[in-house]
Design a binder for this molecule. Structure first.
Ligand code: ZN
Length: 211
């Protein structure tokens, strides 16, 4: 989508402008540092739902739409995305690193561990090691994954095979490629991926800048 195209406000909020300068390198950055993915790759798409009211909370819990992860997660995501691009797809993010204080905010709205991780225990999102994603074509069209992001129910489960072939195929491409690059899936959410080496990282409350 070119910058001259007029988009709806909700979409505009979730778009991330490409880095103004040339892309940065992750080579010398410590693995535990939080980085803004858009500074390191122009090949991702973003629809950061928690920066809008278009999510299951029906509340905007981020001040602005940004996608940060820890360096090791960013490296793995960039590699996975290169692999997807070879297959004709790209990663689109719904959520990335989530500050622990935002986890508390979400818990206040929906205090149910079935839907929101208890902020005291924290989620891998709070550690900078998780991402909620789907796939889009190189042209930006979303692949059909059977449900929307944050649909809670059997239809979103990986082990629900009662779905059209196309959807099962799309989920398989996503899962197999992510697993190849060090990510784990969770059974009940087709969109959620954890970097396997992130489980023991600390919960963080680093907050990104909003301009
Ligand atoms: Zn998630």
């Amino acid at each position: 989508m070119s910058d001259s195209v007029i988009v709806l406000d909700t979409l505009a909020q979730t778009r991330i402008a490409p880095s103004e300068n040339s892309l940065k390198s992750l080579v010398t950055v410590a693995d535990t540092t939080f980085v803004r993915l858009a500074d390191y790759s122009n090949d991702f798409e973003y629809d950061l739902r928690y920066a809008t009211e278009n999510n299951f909370l029906k509340a905007k819990v981020y001040d602005c739409a940004e996608c940060y992860t820890r360096v090791k997660t960013a490296k793995a995501l960039i590699k996975a995305n290169k692999d997807f691009i070879k297959q004709g797809y790209k990663i689109k993010f719904f959520d990335c690193y989530r500050p622990n204080s935002v986890q508390y905010k979400m818990w206040e709205i929906v205090p149910n561990p079935q839907y929101v991780a208890n902020p005291v225990k924290g989620s891998i999102h709070n550690k900078g090691g998780a991402a909620d994603i789907t796939l889009v074509t190189i042209g930006g069209d979303e692949l059909d994954m059977g449900t929307d992001f944050d649909f809670f129910g059997r239809k979103a489960y990986h082990d629900n095979m009662d779905l059209p072939q196309e959807i099962l195929h799309n989920r398989k491409v996503l899962k197999e490629t992510m697993e190849k690059h060090g990510f784990w899936s969770v059974r009940t959410e087709w969109w959620h991926y954890n970097l396997s080496s992130a489980s023991n990282d600390r919960i963080a409350d680093f907050k990104w800048e909003c301009n």
